[in-house]
Design a binder for this molecule. Structure first.
Ligand code: ADP
Length: 274
């Protein structure tokens, strides 16, 4: 085959590949990781922001997209209130502590409850995934809305994702939803990097351990579905306080016992996408 013919055949092959490849990669990032919980209030957003800085401490450039459009909590978690800049075509993420951030909470009035219908939700998600210009990221973390409904499914089907992390508390009620979450990712062919157990236990100053939400539930679920178990995050006053102050614990105090758990999980997650 002549060089020219070879080139033409190669480019038509690429076209077919592009055509078949329906999922859109997010601009300006190498790897995209979803943080998902099937149920609300299990600590997903707290986990996502602390994971962001735990990965940053590994020497990577990281961004966090708050896709929890019904209850965006990022503005408070990172203490940012200004509006992102735009060039009329793209939105530019806000920057703090060397990381990049985007949330619908930066764009709309936080005091107004978001009562949105389906098409508005889809258009908001499209804005967040297609119109944000991230700058040279190694990892983009996406804090997903809780649940396994249409929004999550649309998101998972449309956006190119390198891996998902499912976070839960160990109680029975939450675990039922975790199983649904695993099935959703398997169905949309998104690799589940692993499962995380949050509010796993409470340790008193004397070292006594209380397993408030039950024992090893997430670990057992991971085994049952043949998924990796990434770690246990304890109930921690420091984690909660730092979240309330907009100063994430893994950024403020990387040597803290809980930050070290995050470091271990961040190691496994960054290796899990490779
Ligand atoms: P979600 O995003 O799943 O709705 P949040 O991250 O908003 O959950 O967490 C719900 C509440 O629980 C917040 O007040 C947060 O500070 C607290 N929280 C989350 N994880 C922990 C933890 N490991 N220890 C103590 N408090 C936590």
């Amino acid at each position: 085959m002549s060089d020219n013919k070879a080139k033409i055949s190669q480019s038509s092959k690429e076209k077919t590949k592009t055509k078949n490849f329906e999922k859109n990669p997010i601009k300006g990032t190498k790897f995209t990781i979803m943080v998902s919980s099937a149920k609300g209030g299990v600590g997903k957003s707290t986990f996502a922001i602390n994971l962001t800085f735990a990965i940053q401490k590994l020497g990577k450039k990281v961004g966090l997209l708050d896709a929890d459009i019904y209850g965006p909590s990022l503005p408070k978690l990172i203490g940012l209130g200004e509006k992102p800049k735009t060039d009329g075509k793209f939105l530019f993420p806000l920057e703090k502590y060397g990381a990049q951030f985007m949330s619908l909470g930066f764009l709309v009035d936080q005091k107004t409850p978001m009562i949105w219908r389906g098409p508005m939700v889809i258009s908001a998600i499209k804005t967040l995934t297609e119109k944000v210009m991230w700058k040279d990221l190694d990892f983009l973390i996406i804090d997903m809305p809780p649940g396994t409904g249409d929004t999550q499914l649309t998101f998972a089907q449309d956006v190119k994702i390198d891996g998902a992390v499912i976070i839960s508390t160990p109680q029975e009620l939450a675990l039922m939803d975790v199983k649904r979450g695993i099935q959703m990712f398997d169905k949309t062919k998104i690799k589940i990097i692993g499962l995380v157990d949050n509010m796993s236990f409470f340790k008193t100053e004397e070292g006594k351990i209380y397993k408030i939400f039950g024992e090893n539930g997430v670990e057992k679920t991971a085994k049952e579905f043949n998924k990796e178990f990434l770690g246990k995050i304890p109930i921690s006053t420091e984690l909660r306080e730092s979240a309330d102050l907009g100063l994430p614990l893994t950024y403020k105090d990387p040597e803290n016992e809980v930050s070290k758990v995050f470091k271990d999980i961040a190691d496994k997650i960054t290796q899990g996408v490779l």
